[in-house]
Design a protein around this ligand. Sequence first.
Ligand code: GCW
Length: 686
Amino acid sequence: EADNGYNLWLQYVQIEDVNVRQAYIEKLNQIVYLNDNETINVALDELNIGLSGMLGLSDVSALVNSEKINNESGLMLATYSTLSDGLKREFKSDFNKINEEGFIIKSVIINNVSQIIITGKTEVAVLYGTFRFLKLLQSHQSLNNLNIIDAPKIQKRVLNHWDNLDRTVERGYSGFSIWDWHRLPDYLDFRYTDYARANASVGINGTVLNNVNANANILTPQYLEKVAALAKVFRPYGIKVYLTARFSAPMEIGGLKTSDPLDEDVISWWKQKVKEVYQFIPDFGGFLVKANSEGQPGPQNYGRNHVDGANMLAEALNPFGGIVMWRAFVYSEHDTTDRAKQAYSEFVPFDGKFKDNVLIQVKNGAIDFQPREPFHPMFGAMPKTPLMMEFQITQEYLGQSTHTVFLPKFYEEVLKTDTYREGKGSTVAKVIDGSLNNQKLTGIAGVSNVGTDINWTGNVMLQANWYGYGRLAWNPDLKAENIANEWIRMTFSNDIAVVKTIEDILLMSHEAVVNYMTPFGLHHIMATGHHYGPGPWVANLSRPEWNPVYYHKADANGIGFDRTEKGSGATDQYAKEVSKEFSNLNSCPEEYLLWFHHLSWEYKLKSGVTLWDGLALKYQEGVNQVKQMVDYWKSLEGKIDQQRFKEVEMLLNIQLKEAKWWRDACLLYFQQFSKKQLPQGVEKST
Ligand code: GCW
């Protein structure tokens, strides 16, 4: 059989075991809904697709009614306000535990008949509960005595699309942009709805439609009309639309002579523009801005600063409830000592200066979405400013859509790291969910890996990264392992052997890629421009901090970037406990060794081998891990559909070939400096 992967984790294939199916069917004699609303309607649509698929029911809609419960056992969808007084009382303490988007799924007995109630304060909460309910069936769990109470810990759970208006996608490896601007607003591709379903199923509630490197055209009425059409499709699913705001828009599309954020005409131009946007899209979410970064215009072009720029936009959006997500990804060619220090130096002094509706969006690490980076020192360092996490779901530096890398494992690693900013236990997750400093506004962004490929992400295994990002955005304390488990059950199979095998592959994959690309804290040694494959030798680019040699600093004496006090001093940007840990060779985790230290080739690692030998062995370990992944995958033949089996098999084989390429290229290159033989156990170049 074939499965092209289009249905993501919303497969809803028929449950094979008749007994399991029958047990579910007996619980679902009717589906009652008490709110007549477009969001409840899409929840009912989803139940229809899900239950007819999984239970083989021919007419789910016949079960649906909007009347109060009679004596059939079944499912009831209702917001708090439509619940009976009795149920309101019964659920009171549960409702106290949830926010506007949280839901309750509970088994109750009404008139001697058992009912499952899905409720929440809003319709969207009920929709989220519906997806959770369907997940119970997707993963073959019991529907007895349900008592699930869950609510998102982060408010703005957003995808960032680096999609251009010509449908190319910057750093996108899954085809073209799914936004068909040419045929919008009147032609609504069915993908828009399925995209919304997928996002809502994991609780993603916002999407920035266009690239942060963009011109201002998206803000013209011609495009706003198209944006409004997309917003209309997404609205029932609780998804708000956001756009990037190019700082020079007042000049580019407004005919002004300046874009100075303190200029009266500029201020009123933006106010007018924002008003217009809200006429098209009344629930517009707000702007994402990349300013004074990699050539993008910004307030500094006029001698102003990030606060001037962000606050000017924030004031324009404020009357309508919109927010500004101002990116902290800045580095300048004028400061060449250590790019890793620049965002912190530029932003931290502004703590407390931004308006209430501004979030500062910070990449997980201080360089740029490397296979592994220590957490960005800004996390925890701006207690009076809401910081938003920016993860990259698309794999710019991680083998793009060819290599299988399960990113939730890495996201989890970052989120649970302790910043020590308010003492022990000040994890990055607590900075992001606002609990560390009592933030009123919280957010998280993931740079999307979605495109026009039939299976959305180019490689079905990477659907797990979209899914897992959403799950962690909902609850940054979730375990990657559990996320993998549920994703596999929904996407491939509940067969224990299949679940276990794919779980093993996913959970080892991130460490594998780090090992064969950038072990021991090496970073930014990818080929120039496209960032695919190795390129540690590149040394001639116009900006020094674009050259891989700037980052690894390999020479006859050793390798690594000294960021301790003897070096760039970047370690000082962390809380003193963390700074000490990273600066001191005895306590610095070996994962970050060469990120923070320049060490001789003879340096003794914890295992007792020299750095050179250890490095070579790590590259080999990465290759071995991919071999293992290939073997594990092969054992699935016949246990999952042929199409996805074959596709992933081919991709894993490419990954193996390229893991060797990485190992060989990097070791040959570094060997010129170390002048040492490869240790035993490392295969010779192929
Ligand atoms: O990761 C780098 C990418 C750029 C990207 C930039 C950014 C959108 O190479 O393609 O531009 O970061 O995050 O702004």
